[in-house]
Design a binder for this molecule. Structure first.
Ligand code: MD6
Ligand code: FE
Length: 218
């Protein structure tokens, strides 16, 4: 029996779902039943491909530290943003997408109305107090028909969910340990970001927020 089978049927359609837009929602606490299986897999990834602060094309170091797992990893340097099968730090392929990650991502996508989603990339972000992510669109993927699945662990964050123009005033969405945000379809290219993280301590994760964003990039 695979881990995927173990998680099958764990979630009921009565899951608390908060709409953000027509094809975007928050699934409160959706990741909680997966956390116990996800954390050891995360620890392994961090040994093989440690968190690092990447440099933007503009020459600034990102306040969020990141790593990846899955076939493709998102990277940034002076020459631009891109997906690559190779971790530029190690010269090796990114760690495989763990089965517990795959189970979580596909179950969340299904619950949000994207039953055929299978990710090939998982960008893992580590936010420390003061880290932020300014408003941006996720535009480096090949095919925008697939949604973005964003999983929050650890200390709280305020997710900024905007419109199709940078100047559109974003909704401010509090996110807590175990929450999952899904955006796809006509909402796939909305601007979004994360407000500066406040000092806090989480009983399991400590003084950090970890975010997974699952994509189909290739
Ligand atoms: C979040 N993250 O951390 C949302 N996008 O809640 C993102 O929107 C994001 O973390 C592109 C690359 C990395 C990210
Ligand atoms: Fe994003």
């Amino acid at each position: 029996m695979s881990t995927l089978d173990l998680f099958e049927g764990l979630h009921t359609p009565t899951q608390a779902m908060e709409p953000l837009a027509q094809q975007a929602c928050v699934l409160r606490g959706f990741a909680l039943p997966f956390v116990e299986a996800v954390l050891p897999a995360l620890a392994h990834i961090c040994e093989v491909a440690p968190f690092r602060h990447m440099v933007t094309p503009g020459g600034f170091s990102m306040s969020v530290a990141l790593t990846n797992c899955g076939h493709l990893g998102w990277t940034s340097d002076r020459s631009g943003y891109r997906y690559s099968p190779i971790d530029p730090t190690s010269g090796q392929p990114w760690p495989e997408l763990p089965s517990a990650f795959l189970a979580l991502a596909t179950a969340a996508a299904k619950a949000a109305g994207f039953p055929d989603f299978v990710p090939d990339a998982c960008l893992i972000n580590q936010y420390q107090p003061g880290s932020r992510m300014s408003l941006h669109q996720d535009k480096d993927e090949h095919d925008y028909t697939w949604p973005i699945i964003s999983v929050s662990l650890g200390i709280p964050a305020t997710f900024l969910f905007g419109g199709h123009h940078r100047a559109d005033k974003p909704q401010r969405v509090p996110l807590f340990h175990g929450d999952v945000v899904v955006w796809g379809g006509k909402d796939r290219l909305r601007y979004h970001g994360v407000a500066p993280i406040k000092e806090a301590l989480h009983s399991v994760m400590g003084a950090q927020r970890i975010n997974f964003t699952f994509r189909k990039a290739g």
